[in-house]
Design a protein around this ligand. Structure first.
Ligand code: ATP
Length: 352
């Protein structure tokens, strides 16, 4: 029997303003199921974006990846993902009743979110299905039988350096593990995630972590309290690969250490964190998009405790002393920013 993942895309309305409230209106786009499940078997997961409070590029490895040292933290900018199982009449949902399942994709590409196998959520679902022997790779069968439908509601800026595609992959692993009853541990899901992308293992768990290697070797980091940000997406995306290429051309491996960031997180010291924020990719992102450097200056002049490009950019993050300061800062600089807080936990199953 085939298993089909169906995604359809439309734009969500509403302005991105304040992500501190989970019910806040968010801009973005929504991938909506082509049909609703007949029996309501569904799992919804809310997954946060990531920021890199510290990112050092140590050099290029023999396998072509860059060697990184980074401090990841989740931030209250969310994608909402829902997976639902649709069975034709008379067919059961138990995995044993689906010996020859197939993962089939059908959705449109919208605003940089790819369709089909290029979508990281789909890649994650296929990987989980194949490793749990629920999907047989390469088996072509007629389009009947149980189908899994993914609804994706994007609140995380696309190609913004906040790990949105990776977050969707992580959310899909968590959601399908529950929906399909595959019973993999979070560690096993992290291992699967590392085959999809460098940010996925962190986003399967969330919180705050120090990562090395290509970003997949993780150690949990103590973070007391929470931090308040103004998140300023740029109007145009910046491809991660282009930023690393620019780093290759113009930058040298760095030996900066994350100690000051780790200490600031331990001591709940926003001022110290603002001074310690560090991103080796920032000069490369500024070289490709000079207006980002100007935006950073404006945010600092307006009183931000620290400002940096998020990951490979182009989203800019400005640290504030508290929520009220973040709201005032966002209003003053008029950079189209919204306020958010960190850390923001990990992927969370929100209803069944
Ligand atoms: P990175 O994690 O490489 O830093 P990013 O955070 O800058 O990436 P993403 O939102 O993850 O940006 O998008 C990067 C690219 O991944 C997009 O341009 C898009 O082609 C692709 N992509 C695949 N799946 C998704 C998805 N579910 N949502 C958004 N983008 C996706």
């Amino acid at each position: 029997m085939p298993l089909t993942i169906v995604l359809r895309v439309f734009w969500r309305t509403g302005n991105v303003r304040d992500h501190n409230s989970r019910g806040a209106a968010q801009g973005g786009m929504r991938l909506v199921a082509a049909e609703t499940p007949r029996d309501g078997t569904r799992v919804a997961v809310r997954v946060p974006a990531k920021v890199n409070l510290f990112l050092a590029v140590r050099g290029v490895r023999a396998d072509g990846y860059h060697e990184l040292a980074t401090v990841f933290q989740t931030i209250s900018v969310f994608d909402d993902l829902c997976v639902a199982l649709v069975a034709p009449p008379g067919r059961g949902h138990h995995p044993a009743s689906r010996p020859h399942m197939r993962l089939e994709l059908s959705h449109d590409e919208v605003q940089g979110v790819p369709a089909g196998d290029a979508n990281l959520a789909v890649q994650a679902g296929r990987l989980l299905g194949e490793s749990a022997h629920m999907i047989e790779p390469g088996i072509d069968s007629e389009r009947v039988g149980p189908r899994t439908i993914i609804d994706l509601d994007k609140g995380i800026p696309v190609a913004g350096g906040m790990g949105g595609g990776s977050a969707d992959a992580a959310a899909t692993l968590v959601a399908l593990n529950e929906l399909w009853g595959t019973e993999l541990s979070r560690d096993e899901l992290r291992e699967l995630g590392s085959r999809i992308g460098s940010d996925v293992p962190f986003l399967v768990v969330g919180g705050t972590a120090f990562a090395t290697g290509r970003g997949t070797a993780l150690a949990q980091v103590l973070c007391r309290g929470e931090f308040h940000w103004v998140v300023c997406p740029d109007s145009a995306s910046l491809a991660t690969a282009d930023v690393f290429k620019a780093w290759d051309k113009t930058c040298e491996p760095s030996e900066v250490e994350p100690d000051a960031v780790l200490q600031a997180l331990r001591s709940e010291d926003a001022e110290a964190l603002g001074a310690a924020l560090h991103n080796d990719l920032e000069p490369a992102a500024f070289a490709l998009r000079p207006r980002l450097a100007e935006r950073k200056e404006r945010l600092l002049t307006a009183g931000a405790l620290g400002v940096m490009v998020s990951g490979s950019g182009p989203t800019m993050l400005a640290l504030a002393s508290d929520h009220a300061h973040a709201v005032a800062l966002a209003a003053e600089v008029r950079e189209g920013g919204f306020v958010a807080r960190s850390p923001a936990g990990g992927p969370e199953i929100v209803r069944r």
